[in-house]
Design a protein around this ligand. Sequence first.
Ligand SMILES: [Mg+2]
Length: 220
Amino acid sequence: MSTLSSDQIAKAIDVTCDTVIANEKYFSDLDGLAGDGDFGTSLATGFKVIKKELPEIDKSAVGAMLLKISMICSKHVGGSSGPIWGTGFMRAGMASKGLEEVTYEQLTEMLGSAIEGIVARGGAKRGDKTLLDALWPIHEKMQEMDGSDLGAVLAAVAAEADKAIDETRSAVAHRGRASQVGERSANTPDPGIVGVATILKDWCAHYGVDFVPQAAELKR
Ligand SMILES: [Mg+2]
């Protein structure tokens, strides 16, 4: 069974920072179609701090590192995204408390805990057109697979997030700021789902995993 070290997880977070920072304007533009247009900037503001502090963060335990990142998110990620991403990292950190490395099973449980926390925080349901509509199918796919080939898992979950963009595109948002504009959110992609899918697409590129995107937002 393959395991992931704290340093390997830190590297994936660093790649995530680059994605979020590079897409700041694009994610905000997407949010502007149905929301208040702050998503890209809110996220990038926090991830710029993570990128800067990551080399100094103690990586001797996975959980402690993720809790530190959670605190940066809560403090520096703006808008409604701060509590959501902060809660996700906090719950993943609690689920990996004291571990120097995590098994695939533990990684899957960490995502499950993060999802539970985000649900408890925001009360979103399936089909409400939030980033959870990407995270739920990713978690289910991880539970189905045995994790013996992490590249295969990454390709599979990237495809799930990609699919979620088009599956929710025509839905009207029921949670978050986009819900306040009701029908105006129909036929626009959810920026949070596009964000998750873009992060996974970039992980595939970074780790040399073949992935052919389908949604227009990933084919830029
Ligand atoms: Mg917004």
